[in-house]
Design a protein around this ligand. Structure first.
Ligand code: NAI
Length: 716
């Protein structure tokens, strides 16, 4: 069976239905390309009998886009062959576009990347009006560019400036929004309506040419050389650099392809696009990003570290203890996915306040047209605020999110656990207390687990599942199911102080603070953090966490280490933290003063006295930016390797995904372990040794790294 079903009707309308055999969605791979070439040849032969063409899909979605399995494996040596292949595919699309007959895309569902580009090559796009449908060019989010004509056709359709959010940010929109943006031409209420509208367009437009193939075509919104546009484009690279920190080549190449391409004719523009596309596809950043955000993320979604042999569970009733910041967020995320939530706090007033948080988030959605009032009411109807533990009866899962206090956590566990369903599981959202220790309060420690959410819960996709010493595989499997049921990404870690994410995150902030201890200027430290790809600098984030909390966590770790007979090695950051809190009374953002000043009006700024109190002018002048960036990325990668070595982490997928989604490790690296792989394991170990000599033993390569380096292996 061909991937493109060719149906020339008696009315001379040719329907090309894409139906890739053995695939749930259509993708632009070898099979599609050869079917398209055959189709184009057949169309050429039949052209006199064809009045118009409708491109449709037999799948639930229209077209999923490029085939990442294929793109991921193209090497630099194959770049030229890849370019030729892409140009061949685009020539076929172009042949349909310039055949003289009207070509209509019938978008029955989501069309992303290459799928939307195929639709853009048509003269008219009709989309089924369905808010679940997504239209967009998300290639940039994987370090790629829309190489199927997207960077050329979209600016020619809606103008350069309007096209940028789609091309450079990968923005996805619904058909309604696409209609407003001029990306689709008409909406249809049903499949029949869509086909009728397609036929009507063909009847009314017997000869069709794209605007850009017509004489005197002017780029909407102004050509690149028009003074107003030229001015905008002149600053665009600087603005992009600010956003990408120079770490992501894709947005810059997209800008170049679109701007250069719109200054030449379409066909030459298309060749320019392909050249940039091949450069990105064969480059390291795209390999890192597709490897992690596509293959590794999909591996987690397909089951990841979930133990096998346990039936998949659907949760119906979840109890949440504590309606504070985290509990309210967990209740919102759970109820939004169809699960009933009993939200318990010490008073009805507190519990209702927690529910109000959902009301506020949902009100925003309704006002932005993303949700109907009925949908909002349905979600809110699923959240029952209460002050009574009795209401927890029959919960399949109870998540405890009360204050970070072992005694309190033990007492709420004892109170709530007996009310759970017979086979229910109990989870703690603690951010620091070992799960094995908390499980001591449980009558069923095999049913006890950690579910570490991140703040704000509605936005943060990661949940770190923590397995205690007595947690059963069945409990782990079911906790994994719950996390997936509420649409979040589960990684699984074994119990350890700080688990995985907080532990690695701690190395990042401590490294930044120890730079200050060495006399490096705080502005250089913050800049290095951001240029290394972290969302914010280490000093700013320390203020958010609060310096007193950091002192508290350190004191606890020291106590535990010494109780187990170990010796505590002080970190160079400790003296700075102590001076800030004990001498200068600067405890962080919540206290109104930390490494930054927080004026009532206006933006925060670095505390000016940091300079006189900590900066050593000679050291500050001689510092190398690369050294600072390396320290920030290396210290986290080394701690991640230690977590793998100690069995805290079970898989490289969990390490990479957890580091990006939980800590904000530079996404262009593909995660902390992929950073080591792409740096070269031997070279990484070598550089780590250098850093250890210069800055301290914390950079000493762990033995797992040394083993890999000796065997010249990567982390697989
Ligand atoms: P919070 O202070 O905002 O809320 C705690 C809530 O627990 C309060 O509403 C309080 O009234 C309630 N509570 C106290 N005793 C209770 C009892 N006996 N029964 C029911 N409710 C009771 O605290 P937050 O920030 O929501 O933290 C909760 C837990 O989540 C802590 O263990 C914390 O370490 C952890 N966590 C916090 C994160 C954060 O970013 N804030 C991130 C990840 C975990």
């Amino acid at each position: 069976m061909s991937a493109i079903v060719y149906d020339l009707g008696s009315d001379q309308i040719l329907t090309l239905t894409i139906d890739m055999p053995g695939q749930s969605a259509n993708t632009m791979n070898n099979v599609f390309r050869s079917a398209l070439t055959d189709t184009v040849n057949r169309v050429r032969g039949d052209l006199d009998n064809i009045k118009g063409i409708i491109i449709a899909s037999a799948k639930k979605t229209f077209f999923a886009g490029g085939d990442l399995n294929e793109l991921h494996t193209v090497t630099r040596e194959q770049a030229q062959a890849f370019e030729d292949m892409v140009n061949g595919l685009k020539a076929d699309m172009r042949a349909l576009e310039t055949c003289g007959k009207p070509v209509v895309a019938a978008l029955n569902g989501t069309a992303l990347g290459g799928g939307l580009e195929l639709a853009l090559a048509c003269h008219y796009r009709i989309a089924l009006d369905d808010d679940r449908t997504q239209l967009g060019l998300p290639e940039v989010t994987l370090g790629l560019l829309p190489g199927g004509g997207g960077t050329q056709r979209l600016p020619r359709m809606i103008g350069l400036e309007a096209a940028f959010p789609f091309l450079m940010e990968g923005k996805k929109i619904t058909p309604k929004t696409a209609l407003k943006a001029g990306i689709v031409d008409e909406l249809a209420s049903s499949a029949t309506d869509m086909m009728a509208k397609a036929r009507a367009f063909i009847d009314a437009n017997p000869a069709c040419r794209q605007p850009w193939d017509q004489k005197g075509f002017k780029l909407p919104g102004g050509a690149p050389h028009h003074p107003a546009m030229a001015q905008k484009l002149a600053i665009a690279p600087a603005m992009l650099k600010q956003k990408t920190k120079g770490c992501y080549p894709a947005p810059e190449r997209i800008l170049a392809a679109a701007v250069e391409g719109t200054q030449v004719d379409f066909d030459n523009g298309s060749l320019i696009e392909t050249r940039y596309f091949a450069e990105l596809v064969t480059g390291q950043v795209a390999k890192n990003m597709t490897g992690t955000f596509w293959f590794q993320l999909n591996a987690i979604k397909a089951g990841g570290s979930r133990p096998g042999g346990v039936d998949k569970e659907t949760f119906r009733k979840v109890g949440v203890l504590g309606a504070g910041m985290m509990g309210a967020g967990i209740a919102y995320s759970t109820a939004s996915r169809g699960v009933h939530v009993v939200l318990k706090d010490v008073s009805m007033e507190n519990a209702e306040k927690g529910k109000h948080y959902s009301e506020q988030l949902l009100a925003k959605k309704v006002s932005r047209g993303r949700m109907t009032e009925a949908q909002r009411d349905e979600i809110l109807g699923r959240i029952t605020p209460t002050a009574s533990a009795e209401d927890l009866s029959g919960c399949d899962l109870i998540i405890e999110a009360v204050f970070e206090d072992s005694e309190l956590k033990a007492s709420v566990t004892r109170e709530a656990e007996p009310r759970m369903a017979a086979n229910g599981i109990f989870a703690s959202n603690t951010s620091t207390i070992p799960i094995t220790q908390l499980a001591e309060a449980s009558a069923k420690p095999d049913h006890f687990i950690g579910l570490h959410f991140f703040s704000p819960v509605d936005k943060m996709q990661l949940v770190e599942i923590i397995v205690g010493e007595k947690t059963s595989d069945e409990t782990l499997a079911r906790a994994f199911d719950y996390v997936q049921q509420i649409g979040k990404i589960p990684i699984v870690v074994n119990d350890s102080r700080g688990f995985f994410t907080s532990r690695v995150f701690g190395t990042f902030v401590n490294e930044g603070i120890s730079m200050l201890a060495e006399g490096i200027h705080p502005a250089s430290i913050e800049n290095a953090g951001v240029l290394a790809g972290m969302p914010v600098g280490p000093l700013a984030i320390s203020d958010e966490v609060s310096l007193t909390l950091m002192q508290h966590i350190r004191a606890q770790s020291k106590k535990d280490t010494e109780a187990m007979g170990g010796a505590w090695t002080p970190h160079p950051a400790e003296a700075v933290i102590d001076a800030m809190v004990n001498t200068h009374n600067r405890k962080g953002k919540a206290a109104g003063a930390g490494f930054y000043e927080y004026p009532d009006k206006g933006k925060k700024y670095l505390w000016p006295e940091l300079e006189s109190r900590f900066v050593d002018q000679t050291r500050a002048r001689n510092v190398q930016l690369q050294d600072l960036k390396d320290r920030i990325l290396f210290i986290q990668a080394i701690e991640t390797i230690r977590c793998l070595e100690e069995g805290v982490l079970r898989t490289v997928e969990d390490a990479n995904i957890g580091s990006i989604f939980g800590i904000g490790y530079a996404p262009w690296t593909g995660g902390a372990i992929q950073f080591v792989n792409q740096y070269g394991v031997r070279a990484f170990a070598e550089r780590a040794r250098e850093l250890a000599q210069q800055y301290g033993e914390r950079f000493t390569p762990p033995s797992l790294l040394m083993q890999k380096a000796e065997r010249n292996e990567t982390f697989a």
